[in-house]
Design a protein around this ligand. Structure first.
Ligand SMILES: *[C@@H]1O[C@H](CO)[C@@H](O)[C@H](O)[C@H]1NC(C)=O
Ligand SMILES: *[C@@H]1O[C@H](CO)[C@@H](O)[C@H](O)[C@H]1NC(C)=O
Length: 350
């Protein structure tokens, strides 16, 4: 018997916190708004409840916490009404899956950000009436990053509720410091989030930098300490964030003149209290090591990224993880926490 067979068969369950549902009405709405090839990908993958259950069986996933992925629900600049409607419909759809299969499905509710007022209504409805497990927030919301002052009422409310935010990447929509005449602007939502660099699909590289930008902004606005009861799950083992920590900490003290201190040690303290990182993507055999300078096994959770990672690749990657994980986490207890225990802790908060 290969050693990973032993490991997998000893795991009672695997909880997948990074995986997506693609309802037909959302596919139609995003396609109509120009996101039929989202983030420079060839198309929106096929999805059905049955296909998801089948994947779960193949990949030994006992429970999937579903979310809407990029581009989210705010699709047209100024289209607040449509964004609210699409968020509600998406959340109702996911809630129905969870209601019918509570042991197999949970969900992160989508919000119509950057519409703050609409998001406050939706998060209350999703957490109080739809039994959502937390919310998904994108790395930027038409150019506005988590931590922005504009979003403070939303973070205040999520903090009051001890909520979990799953931070998911989307395409960049950033200020260009050298050329601010075309900058999208932080507080007007004039630009669709379809900036694409060098004709590569944005998930390949830009999603990693988006995660780095979003988390860095949470630290450099002190949002992490202002709202200490929010937990975050960061996609793809943090993307490009781990190698950026020393650098932004240095910039914070040397150049930014912030009224609070950020050091790599303070980042580690916040991580140990509030942050989780998922294993979606090719985090094994190599990427995981950068993250391990900052967190231990209690802060790592499993993610498949199905169906944006096709089923056969989810199974293939699971094999790579199983092959490498015993070397990185020799303790069986640590591996159980990564595959389910930590996710159970997160879900128990919701
Ligand atoms: C799922 O579990 C079975 C039985 O323990 C094992 O043979 C199989 O390799 C596992 N599949 C994956 C993708 O880990
Ligand atoms: C949030 O957590 C704190 C500390 O554990 C607890 O006192 C408070 O009741 C919780 N609030 C909610 C709304 O669950």
């Amino acid at each position: 018997m290969r050693h990973w067979d032993v490991i997998v068969s000893m795991l009672a369950m695997v909880i997948d916190v990074h995986t997506h549902f693609v309802p037909q009405f959302w596919r139609e709405a995003t396609t109509k708004a120009g996101f039929g090839k989202p983030d420079g990908m060839p198309g929106i993958p096929a999805w059905s409840e049955e296909a998801h259950l089948e994947l779960m069986q193949q990949a030994n996933i006992s429970k999937a916490i579903l979310s809407i992925t990029s581009p989210g629900t705010y699709l047209i600049p100024g289209g607040y009404h449509e964004a609210r409607r699409l968020s509600r419909k998406s959340n109702e759809f996911a809630a129905d899956l969870k209601r019918r299969r509570p042991d197999q499905f949970g969900f992160w509710a989508v919000l119509p950000l950057p519409d703050v007022e609409g998001s406050l209504v939706e998060l209350a409805y999703a957490l109080d009436h739809l039994n959502a497990d937390g919310v998904v927030i994108f790395t930027n919301n038409h150019g506005i990053y988590p931590g922005d002052k504009l979003f403070e009422p939303v973070f205040h409310e999520l903090n009051r509720r001890n909520a979990t935010i799953f931070i998911h990447p989307t395409s960049p929509c950033i200020y260009n410091n050298n050329n601010d005449k075309d900058a999208p602007g932080q507080h007007h939502h004039a630009k669709q989030q379809i900036i694409q660099f060098q004709s590569y699909p944005n998930p390949m590289l830009e999603f990693f930098f988006e995660s780095a930008r979003a988390i860095t902004n949470l630290f450099l606005t002190n949002t992490v300490n202002t709202f200490p009861r929010i937990s975050y799950i960061i996609s793809h083992a943090g993307g490009a964030f781990p190698p950026s920590v020393e650098r932004f900490s240095y910039f914070a003290s040397a150049l930014l003149d912030l009224p609070f201190e950020v050091t790599s040690d303070s980042v580690k303290e916040v991580f140990a209290r509030q942050f989780y990182f998922d294993l979606a993507g090719l985090t094994f055999p190599d990427q995981i090591y950068g993250l391990l300078r900052y967190v231990g096994a209690r802060r790592i959770v499993y993610g498949s990224d199905f169906p944006y990672t096709p089923g056969k690749d989810v199974v293939g990657i699971a094999g790579v993880v199983d092959e490498g994980i015993a070397g990185v986490f020799p303790d069986q207890f640590d591996r159980e926490n990564i595959f389910s225990g930590n996710a159970e802790t997160i879900l128990a908060r919701g």
